[in-house]
Ligand binder design. Structure first.
Ligand code: ADP
Length: 600
């Protein structure tokens, strides 16, 4: 009682001091600190975030941070914006500038912390008392809870959200657990499109040469023929229906282009040029939630519960709650392991030290959990390098830049390969260049049509100039390399006009040349992108044992599975994979759960 009263008195006193300080500050007509010896001050600070400056207003005294408000920011909705919503309160709650970054939004989190530090310093407050580790929640604070549903899904990326929406559409009650503070996983980062064949949108554009047969052949060729043909066929045959389903939930993909490694046009993109991943994740989440799906964020699945040889739910850890989630069917949609270097180097030691484009949650948990209950894996050593990764941050420069006409040049100012070949071939060619890097070149025409490009410019990835010579110099080329670059650009524009690339045989992504100033370049090199291997599944998405038996009640979809992409995934197939197999997993899990209910 006494403690409570003291706390309340202190809080009232702080409020009074704060109000007086604000009044004082308002009277001065300035938002900044009194600088006049008042104990509580309000000051602003800023730091560079992902999309420009993040500005905060901080009210603090020498020994307490009383409030933090982000007053200006332009961070990515659904990613950086999550840190903007959550981190200020955590700083106040923990009274620490060393509070953990919000997972998945590290750059914005660090910007907020740096801006708070700058605000404190500008107010003359010593940051030392706040440069302490935040207090962790004690074990005693944890609670246990048991939840029940028809279908539980591990992971709220593209596959998990699709499976959730489909299962709920089919009448099942669904819980999704997501270990990160945001939904979307790697899917959120997908910038290209979704491959699909024989679609309504191809028909509307008169594209008749890019059907299911071509799609299957290109996927098998791209994957070096080690893909599971039955899975590839299922994906291709169900792709048009998947596009129709997306259209039905308000996510049409009416623009159609060619993807890397093929001349055929089945890469389906949003009308307005927005990145496909964030576009779909937002619509899938909305659809799932509209149908009553419960999504538990910051909740990490640790184990699959087995009963009588069948999957019957999961055990998961929330921020302060240990969950037992009972379910009649379990869908593993926990993504790949492209952020788990221990796991990757176990299969390919040469990847140690490589940059990854993967979000922090891509740790292969789904594979580990399912293997623990008898699942088999396939193609685990097949790990894809993407050729256009900005090395300082691991940000992937979308393949769409090339499919819209961008090219790659080396440090000598020369092209060195068919820039629209498969990702593994382009990555290998890049690694053979001097310094093992290259530049991706694009122009204002592409920037105007592709929203990702504006992001690269805002984030400081690009150098730009109004002439080819100027761009070469901005790229750091010297001597002969400058003349080479000018020559390369003129030759390329002539090739586009002629519709033929005599030098390297590129035969797609040549609908426009690179003649619209300003011109842009980003220095890139290969980075880890997609783990093609994973859980062995059949075409019904049932998880299989080494003997080929389906584990009852256990389904998997998306990057957590193996076999669809073989030895190399072609651009646009990750999205097709998660929509098609996410839908199959959701439908089958719901059917199993509801059949059980009817029988009960
Ligand atoms: P996919 O494209 O196959 O859906 P994503 O990477 O987009 O793959 O999504 C997988 C999601 O699963 C990510 O959001 C990731 O954080 C989540 N995830 C991974 N492991 C776990 C886990 N143990 N518990 C809950 N969610 C997980």
């Amino acid at each position: 009682m006494d403690v409570n009263r003291t706390t309340k008195q202190t809080a009232r006193l702080l409020c009074l001091v704060l109000t007086l300080a604000l009044l004082f500050s308002a009277c001065q007509g300035a938002p900044a600190s009194s600088g006049s010896g008042a104990e509580t001050v309000t000051a602003t600070g800023s730091a560079k975030g992902m999309e420009g400056d993040v500005v905060v207003e901080v009210t603090a005294s020498a020994d307490a941070i009383l409030s933090v408000t982000v007053t200006e920011q332009n961070e990515t909705p659904g990613i950086g914006s999550v840190a903007v919503e959550q981190l200020p309160a955590k700083i106040v709650e923990t009274q620490s500038l060393q509070v953990d970054a919000i997972a998945g939004c590290t750059v914005t989190s660090e910007a907020i912390k740096a801006a708070v530090r700058a605000a404190l310093e500008s107010a003359g407050i010593d940051c030392a008392p706040f440069d302490v580790a935040p207090q962790a929640a004690g074990e005693g604070d944890r609670t246990a809870e048991t939840l029940s549903c028809d279908v539980v899904i591990v992971g709220a990326g593209g596959a998990g959200l699709t499976a959730a929406a489909q299962a709920a559409e089919n009448g099942a009650s669904v819980i999704v657990v997501e270990k990160m503070p945001i939904v979307g996983g790697n899917s959120l980062k997908a910038t290209g499109g979704m491959n699909a064949a024989d679609t309504q949108y191809q028909a509307a554009l008169g594209i008749t040469d890019s059907g299911v047969e071509e799609f299957i052949a290109d996927t098998m060729n791209g994957g070096h023929q080690i893909n599971d043909l039955a899975l590839v066929t299922t994906m291709a045959e169900n792709s048009a229906a998947a596009v129709d389903w997306l259209t039905g939930i308000g996510a049409p993909l009416p623009k159609v282009a060619a993807t890397g490694g093929t001349v055929h046009k089945y890469l389906h993109e949003p009308e307005d040029g927005s990145a496909v991943g964030s576009y779909l994740v937002e619509k899938l989440q909305a659809r799932a939630e509209e149908l009553g799906v419960q999504i538990l964020l910051n909740t990490c699945a640790a184990e699959i519960r087995m009963q009588d040889g069948a999957a019957a739910g999961i055990l998961a850890e929330g921020e302060s709650t240990d969950y037992t989630i009972e379910a009649k069917a379990v869908v593993i949609a926990a993504g790949g392991f492209g952020a788990n270097f221990e796991m990757m180097t176990q299969y390919d030691p040469s990847l140690a030290g490589a940059v990854t484009t993967n979000h922090a949650g891509a740790t292969g948990d789904g594979i580990t959990m399912a293997v623990a209950v008898g699942a088999d894996t396939v193609d685990m050593e097949q790990i894809q390098l993407h050729p256009t990764v900005y090395q300082a941050t691991g940000l992937l420069v979308s393949e769409s830049v090339r499919s819209m006409g961008g090219i790659l040049v080396n440090s000598e100012g020369k092209r060195f390969c068919n820039d629209m070949s498969t990702r593994d071939a382009v990555s290998a060619a890049e690694l053979e260049q001097p310094g093992s890097y290259a530049f991706i070149i694009f122009d204002q025409r592409i920037v105007d049509d592709l929203s990702s490009c504006q992001k690269y410019i805002n984030n400081g990835l690009t150098v730009q100039a109004d002439t080819y010579e100027g761009l070469a110099e901005a790229m750091g080329l010297t001597g002969e390399a400058v003349a080479n670059f000018v020559d390369t650009m003129n030759t390329w524009n002539a090739s586009v006009a002629a519709g033929e690339d005599k030098e390297f045989g590129r035969n797609n992504g040549m609908d426009g040349d690179l003649s619209t100033a300003p011109f842009y370049a980003i220095r890139i090199a290969p980075g880890i992108h997609h783990t093609m291997g994973g859980l062995r599944i059949n075409t019904e998405t049932q998880v299989l044992t080494a003997e080929g038996e389906a584990i009852p009640g256990l389904y998997a979809a998306g990057e957590t599975t193996g076999g669809v992409h073989g030895g190399n995934r072609i651009g646009g197939n990750a999205v097709c994979d998660f929509v098609v197999f996410g839908r199959i997993a959701g439908a089958n899990a719901a059917a199993l759960a509801l059949e059980g209910q009817a029988a009960a």
